[in-house]
Write a protein that binds this ligand. Structure first.
Ligand SMILES: Cc1cc2nc3c(=O)[nH]c(=O)nc-3n(C[C@H](O)[C@H](O)[C@H](O)COP(=O)(O)OP(=O)(O)OC[C@H]3O[C@@H](n4cnc5c(N)ncnc54)[C@H](O)[C@@H]3O)c2cc1C
Length: 450
């Protein structure tokens, strides 16, 4: 078989893969992207964007629940779930097409199919063999398989974002971000939601006190959260399921219409034949150097969710893709720095974070001041009748620099960017306090948070 030749071959047309095309095409390199599904990958088609349409509906229901305090009398709201799913699908339907046009305008060849490595410098796509100076693995992630009897009965976020019938009872196995976000939407839509988490707390990796506030708020809207549990099996009973789990040495059973895998996502590498590319990996984790190249084959670059050393978030996938693009063009010059990249758990209200948790900052031996505020009785909170408003800002005592911020409620998903700017550009807590803000706004409260 004669090989076709490109400068850059990108496996996966999601945020990460498309990020690589920017610098490489600007430098005039020949670039091909291999993609078996919709262009854009998870974020616009099965992730952030469609999910946010559902979250926005949850937000509207939250506002309706709280409307009475403003003197607004509303009846019991009823969410037409099928109409919401239709709206979500309609909102995203144009995206793969417009990304296809973007790739064509940029001069990127999009090849349909699934790639597998054939050698350290080539990959096979169906009956085509493509050789490239640089190959980028940007194949994203997939739900973590759980070694539970009946695990095959679990659905994933893909089905939640597509099924037009609202289940009455839902069990999430695993209490990660997807369980928290979609659990809130389901609960507000009227479903009975239970989250079963093996660890002692939800959302490991996020500041423990912030997560505790979110747990309280989740329980306030009726979500049952059980931590320290071991899910033993899932059995089908007609169209319903029974989930058996152990807690404190006792077995319990819970019935549900839907059981959802909420146990996080892992690198999507199983079918890539990494050994043929001499790409060293262990348990699905590709070993990389500081420049996001395979530690064993520097012609292979890795970015996005498939990389197991960074958070699985779409702006991070794009950022890493752009770094890989730059390193392909200029040689190994750029390393990622994740410290000032904010992230949110889009519950209603959201939990927003940037930088270190308090525990991490203390672990690193920094002398810190953790400014913790429950803003529950602040005027801004009461004006908008917020159900929770809480923040923790971690400041380095020696330099007055912000090391981390964690906000639940209080427009945290927007305010967190002020802290991200401060961290990125070295603005101190004192300088934040010195800034005159428009009043009354949530942003005006920031100076009181530090
Ligand atoms: C339900 C859900 C909600 C989310 N919400 C948010 C959010 O609110 N904010 C946020 O920042 N992040 C969110 N994320 C995470 C975000 O979607 C991902 O971090 C991001 O999409 C990763 O981009 P990527 O390019 O690395 O991978 P992907 O977008 O998954 O792209 C990988 C692509 O590779 C293709 N591929 C797979 N195997 C092969 C192969 N062998 N050959 C060629 N191509 C292949 C796939 O078809 C896919 O299109 C969410 C994820 C989910 C599942």
């Amino acid at each position: 078989m004669r090989a076709e030749k490109y400068d850059v071959l990108i496996l996966g047309g999601g945020n990460a893969g498309m990020g690589v095309t920017v610098a490489t095409r600007a430098a005039g390199m020949s670039v091909a992207v291999i993609e078996p599904r919709e262009l854009g990958g998870t974020c616009p088609n099965r992730g952030c964007t469609p999910k946010k349409v559902l979250v926005a509906a949850g937000h509207a229901l939250h506002e309706i629940e709280r409307a009475r305090v403003h003197g607004i009398v509303v009846g019991e709201p009823r969410l037409d779930w099928a109409a919401l799913i239709d709206r979500e699908k309609q909102m995203i339907s144009h995206i793969p097409g417009s990304l296809g046009r973007l790739m064509a305008d940029r001069g990127v060849e999009v090849i349909r199919g699934e790639a597998t490595f054939a050698s350290p410098h080539s990959a096979r796509i169906g009956d085509r063999l493509i050789e490239a100076k640089h190959i980028v693995i940007a194949t994203g992630s997939k739900p973590r398989m759980l070694p539970i009897s009946g695990a095959n009965y679990m659905i994933t976020s893909d089905e939640i974002l597509s099924e037009r019938v609202l289940p009455r009872e839902v069990v999430f196995v695993g209490g990660g971000v997807i369980a928290a976000e979609l659990g809130h939407v389901y609960a507000r839509a009227g479903a009975r939601v239970t989250i079963l988490e093996a660890l002692p707390r939800l959302l490991p990796g996020i500041d423990a006190d912030a997560v505790a506030r979110l747990r309280t708020e989740s329980e306030r809207i009726g979500i049952v959260v059980k931590t320290d549990v071991t899910v033993k099996r899932i059995a089908a009973h007609g169209s319903r399921f029974r989930v058996t789990f152990a807690h404190d040495g006792v077995e319990h059973e819970i019935a549900a219409d839907r059981v959802v895998n909420g146990a996080g996502r892992v690198a999507n590498v199983d079918t890539l034949n990494l050994d043929a590319a001499r790409v060293r990996h262990r348990g699905g984790r590709i070993e990389t150097d500081d420049y996001l190249r395979s530690a064993s084959n520097p012609a292979v670059h890795v970015c996005g969710d498939v990389l197991s050393t960074s958070p699985q978030l779409s702006p991070i996938a794009t950022y890493e893709g752009r770094i890989v693009g730059r390193n392909i063009v200029e040689g190994p010059v750029a390393k990622p720095d994740y410290m000032s990249i904010p992230s949110c758990v889009y519950t209603v209200p959201a939990l927003a974070s940037v930088g270190s948790t308090e525990a991490k900052a203390r672990e690193l031996g920094r002398t810190i001041k953790a400014h913790v505020n429950d803003m529950g009785d602040w005027l801004s909170t009461r004006t908008y009748n917020e159900s929770v408003a809480w923040a923790k800002v971690i400041v380095d005592e020696a330099t007055d620099r912000i090391l981390g911020a964690h906000i639940v409620g209080h427009a945290g998903e927007e305010l967190i960017h002020l802290f991200a700017f401060a961290m990125k550009f070295g603005i101190t807590a004192g300088q934040m306090r010195d800034t005159v803000c428009a009043f009354p706004t949530f942003a005006a409260d920031v100076k009181h948070l530090v």
